[in-house]
Design a protein around this ligand. Structure first.
Ligand code: XMP
Length: 518
């Protein structure tokens, strides 16, 4: 277990990117926990961290009732790093001045380094200019006693400030996002050089910490876990099984919208390899009947989500119910589907593994992967001994092939798509490109075009190919295949898959596109 003093407490004031701070700290080899500001004092006492980071926030320190950091943290003598709102709250609480911004800085900005600072070790030197990412309206206009300014930007006179004696540092910009290219190194400098932490924390410790947490949460209760066929729910299930053994039952609702061979793989992995109790429900007919005539993407998602819950609930009832529901929810699922602060953020798509089930079934949630990103879940999966082919699999959405068949979903169209997708993925694997791609899949368009094969006219569907690179699914870039690769895949699909006579490649990044077509 993590030793006292070897961890970082992140005090969360509600920023959308707080989880990224935790991730960067983990990347620096240090265990961290996020505590909402209202529970931070308690977490601080329990964890005995080696340093504290104060997050950003949608709030303004100038608003009445806006959040503050617990005084105990300032009294402790430990190093503190404030980021954005974290900087402002630090200045406000320590005697500086924050002023309402009339314009603010949003997006890319450039800061000028004015002085040396331990955060810049091995990175930045006086007189240099560096790119960072800003997102603030208010700004600090007077430093608290003891601080000096070490970097400045056109919109923030105090872009980075330091009080070396107390080991307090703060930045107006967000060092946790990738748009601050050196951000991860700045954070690593804080945890290693300022806090003096060793940085030898590993996924093995995360596994143990989560196992302890699951045992504590669940006690002697029963847990049901819905398997989707994807990596996330599989890793969650194996982890929970390791924690509580037979108290866990997995339910795999096979909606008939899986890729070729996928359902069999899940069943054999769980029953054969792990011997984890698994209920396998074949509900293809139910789902396809219900999808008949449905063409609107959100209507498809809603129907699949609701029907999934119906079937799941029915199975849960058959096995005698449970108090807990386990889900393989990851961090990007959480922020894309609901606003972290509970505020009115825009729903882009209704992701089907978040919400819905727990409210209706009145069960408590066990979500051990909630703060992780996909690559971290994979690392945990490997740590748990899941086979590489399974762990390395590209993500697959809960609503399955239904959202890769714009227009009406039928069994026939699912079968066509499964074949085209299998050819595409086989070629990707043969070319040794599978692991370099975040997600690759075929889509079947509701458009027919004319072709000629042999001496005959054809009039068949168009198949779209998608392949993207990404680190978390939240932004993505297209994978730049060679033209020769794409033409090989196109030829094979048109020749081998009856019902397709034209293949196109999707060149849209996210944003402005999304990864899935619906
Ligand atoms: P989009 O299409 O929103 O997808 O750019 C981002 C990532 O999320 C996956 N995805 C889903 N995963 N349930 C899931 O578990 C869903 O309803 C869902 N919709 C999209 C998508 O495959 C990509 O990896």
């Amino acid at each position: 277990m993590t030793q006292p003093g070897e961890s970082i407490l992140i005090v969360d004031f509600g920023s959308q990117v707080t989880q990224l701070i935790a991730r960067r700290v983990r990347e620096a080899g240090v265990y961290s926990e996020i505590a909402p500001f209202s529970m931070a004092a308690e977490a601080f006492a329990r964890m005995k961290p080696g340093g504290v980071i104060l997050s950003g926030s949608p709030a303004s320190v100038l608003e009445e009732g806006s959040p503050r950091a617990p005084q105990e943290i300032f009294d402790s003598g430990l190093p503190i790093l404030g980021i954005c709102y974290g900087q402002q709250v630090m200045m406000q609480q320590l005697g500086g001045t924050v002023t309402l911004g009339d314009s603010g800085e949003f997006g890319r900005a450039f800061i000028e380094i004015e002085d040396s600072c331990v955060l810049f070790d091995g990175l930045w030197a006086e007189g240099e200019t560096h790119q960072v990412w800003m997102s603030h309206g208010d700004k600090v206009t007077e430093l608290a006693p003891g601080f000096r300014s070490v970097a400045t930007s056109p919109g923030s006179p105090f872009a980075v400030v330091a009080d070396d004696k107390r080991r307090y540092y703060a930045t107006q910009f967000h060092m946790e996002v990738v748009h601050t290219p050196d951000g991860a190194k700045l954070l690593a400098n804080f945890v290693r050089h300022v806090c003096g932490l060793k940085g030898d924390w590993t996924m093995a410790e995360f596994r143990q910490a989560k196992i302890d947490e699951i045992r504590k949460q669940v006690g002697k209760g029963r847990v049901i876990c819905g398997l989707s066929g994807g990596v996330d729910s599989a890793v969650a299930a194996v982890l929970i099984h390791e924690a509580i053994g037979e108290q866990l039952t997995c339910v795999f609702v096979d909606h008939g919208l899986m890729r070729s061979g996928e359902a069999d793989q899940v069943v054999s992995l769980f029953r054969g390899h792990y011997n984890i109790p698994l209920v396998h429900v074949n509900a293809e007919t139910l789902f396809l009947n219900g999808l008949a005539g449905v063409t609107d993407p959100e209507a498809k998602r809603k129907f699949i989500g609701k029907t999934f819950i119906d079937v799941f609930e029915e199975e849960a009832r058959k096995i005698g119910g449970a108090e807990f529901l386990a889900q393989g929810t990851l961090y990007p699922d959480v922020i894309e589907s609901v606003s972290f602060t509970g505020g009115p953020s825009v729903t882009i798509k209704s992701h089907h593994n978040v919400g819905g089930l727990p409210e209706r079934m009145n069960m408590k949630l066990v979500e051990p992967l909630r703060e992780l990103f996909k690559d971290e879940v994979r690392a945990l999966g490997r740590e748990l001994g899941l086979p590489d082919v399974f762990v390395g699999r590209h993500p697959f959405p809960g609503p399955g092939l239904a959202i890769r068949i714009p227009g009406e979903v039928t069994k026939e169209r699912c079968d066509i798509l499964r074949k085209a997708d299998a050819v595409y993925l086989e070629e990707i694997r043969n070319a040794g490109l599978y692991d370099a791609i975040w997600q690759a899949f075929a889509v079947l368009l509701p458009v027919k075009t004319v072709g000629v094969m042999g001496d005959f006219r054809t009039y068949d569907s168009v198949c779209g190919l998608r392949a993207v690179t990404s680190t978390d699914g939240m932004t993505a870039d297209i994978y730049p295949f060679d033209a020769s690769f794409l033409s090989r895949v196109a030829t094979r699909i048109v020749n081998e898959v009856k019902g397709v006579n034209r293949v196109v490649y999707d060149y849209t990044s996210k944003p402005p596109g999304t990864i899935e077509w619906e």
